[in-house]
Design a protein around this ligand. Structure first.
Ligand SMILES: [Ca+2]
Ligand SMILES: [Ca+2]
Length: 133
């Protein structure tokens, strides 16, 4: 291979790698935005690490991928991490319509050691009403 051609091939390969990485990062951001809420756990909703690589999906991340990276009632009703709480109850969108109950996740649907607060919503509503008058 002639030196000038070799340099051009190297430049093209580097550009292709940069474009590929940029596309991957953009995709991850789009995937996250298709969840009703992701403010508390961010990348850790789907990944085992806060600085994720594509291969480190947790159980919820794997189910989210299998579900075509879309949030719906089927994914909301599933208990991906096997902690006894459906994904929708952990994320805070039990009916899977994409509208969260509050602006933060109750717990992480991909971490079996992380579960919603033990006070149920009915009890919390009663407690809250006692202090609102
Ligand atoms: Ca769960
Ligand atoms: Ca959990």
């Amino acid at each position: 291979m002639r030196p000038k051609l070799k340099v051009n091939v190297t430049i093209i390969l580097v550009l292709a790698a940069v474009i590929s990485i940029a596309g991957e990062l953009k995709s991850r951001d789009e995937y996250m935005r298709s969840l009703p809420v992701y403010r508390r756990y961010k990348c850790l909703i789907c990944h085992k690490s806060a600085a994720p690589v594509s291969a480190d999906l947790n159980s919820f991340g794997s189910d989210f991928r299998k579900n075509g990276y879309s949030w719906n009632i089927a994914l909301a009703l599933k208990d991906s991490d096997g902690d006894g709480y459906p994904n929708g109850d952990e994320i805070g969108d039990g009916n899977g319509d994409g509208v969260p109950d509050v602006g933060l996740e109750y717990s992480n649907p991909g971490d079996p050691m992380n579960v919603p607060n033990s006070i149920d919503r009915g009890t919390w509503g009663i407690l809250k009403s006692l202090f609102e008058e």
